[in-house]
Write a protein of this length. Structure first.
Length: 330
């Protein structure tokens, strides 16, 4: 059995943001997390490394809306590495904004060789499957990253929950989509407290509902987030929506949400959308998304965004610190 980090071990990270959403990549101080696959390693991390997640994610080193990952070996040589995503309440099965950040990180830190001009595919194994960060460089600088998601699909339409009806879809994680107008609101920062409370009610009502079950692997089951959206006027003929994903227990995605955008594309394609989507977040950042292919009742989403490094850190836990691995106030 591996030894999880003790109180005197320093843990190093490189931090990014994608569309305003933080992403903390652990680069040292944590031993290899055992498992025969990335999905198995997630189970090990949940059982044996949860105190490390809390240390890095909770206050005073993080906050209630923090996000990050452990890097792990891939399932096979077809991927560059694996990633276990975490947030304030636990470990998620997918993270599109994190995949975009990992693409930038892999190229900038030399984990994946990239030509100064052109595209480089960084293939990553995550708990929901194999994804790709297609990194575009120009003049020796990373300019954009396209997140190629796992196949995404509609699970159910018009499911009553939280006093509204929700459409449920999968984009690496399961999301319930609700028009913000259905709760008398719009996707604006001033409405976030109310949207969070509505999301908690929707999610609570869907707990244990058949629509919350993944059709083939129960380890991927459970409604991860609730997406509220506004339909906006087209931009030069391109569909445009604004959204906010409220995931885990009231955590708010500042980006347009990568896996949530994949889940939204599955619904929109099912409703007849055949062109791209401009997806704007609650803070005004934007992803551009499209369906790249259709396979066995699912769509393959491609979502373009960009991540920016915000810092490098070395975190410690003083054995005399009464706060221990930290706390959250929400």
């Amino acid at each position: 059995m591996s030894r999880a980090p003790g109180p005197r071990d320093a843990i190093t990270t490189v931090d990014y943001h994608t569309g305003g959403e933080p992403f903390r990549i652990v680069t040292g101080g944590v031993p290899e997390i055992p498992g025969s696959s990335v999905l198995d390693r997630r189970s090990t991390a949940m059982a044996e490394f949860d105190h490390v997640r809390r240390l890095l994610c909770h206050e005073p080193r993080g906050h209630a809306d923090m996000y990050g990952c452990f890097l792990v070996p891939p399932d096979d040589p077809g991927a560059r590495f694996g990633a276990l995503f975490w947030h304030k309440d636990g470990f998620s099965t997918a993270c599109g904004h994190g995949t975009i950040a990992l693409g930038v990180h892999a190229v900038r830190e030399g984990l994946a060789g990239a030509a100064p001009d052109g595209e480089t595919d960084v293939v990553i194994d995550v708990p929901s499957g194999r994804v790709t960060a297609r990194v575009r460089c120009s003049g020796g600088r990373v300019r954009a990253v396209t997140f190629v998601s796992v196949p995404s699909f509609v699970i159910a339409r018009g499911v009553p929950a939280g006093g509204v009806t929700a459409d449920v879809s999968y984009g690496g994680a399961i999301y319930a989509s609700v028009p913000a107008a259905a709760v008398g609101l719009s996707v604006e920062p001033r409405h976030l407290p109310a949207l969070i409370e509505h999301a908690r009610r929707v999610k609570a009502d869907l707990a244990g509902h058949p629509a919350s079950r993944h059709p083939s692997d129960d380890r991927l089951s459970g409604v991860y987030g609730v997406i509220f959206y506004d339909e906006l006027p087209d931009v030069d003929g391109v569909a445009h929506q604004r959204n906010v994903a409220v995931f885990a227990d009231g955590e708010v995605d500042r980006s347009p949400c990568g896996s949530g955008t994949a889940a939204r594309l599955a619904l929109l394609h099912d409703s007849g959308l055949r062109g791209p989507l401009i997806h704007t977040s609650v803070v005004g950042s934007t992803f551009r998304a499209r369906v790249a292919g259709v396979t066995e009742g699912a769509v393959v989403p491609e979502i373009e965004g960009m991540a920016y490094r915000t810092g490098r850190h070395s975190f410690e836990l003083d054995p005399d610190d009464p706060m221990g691995t930290g706390f959250t106030l929400r």
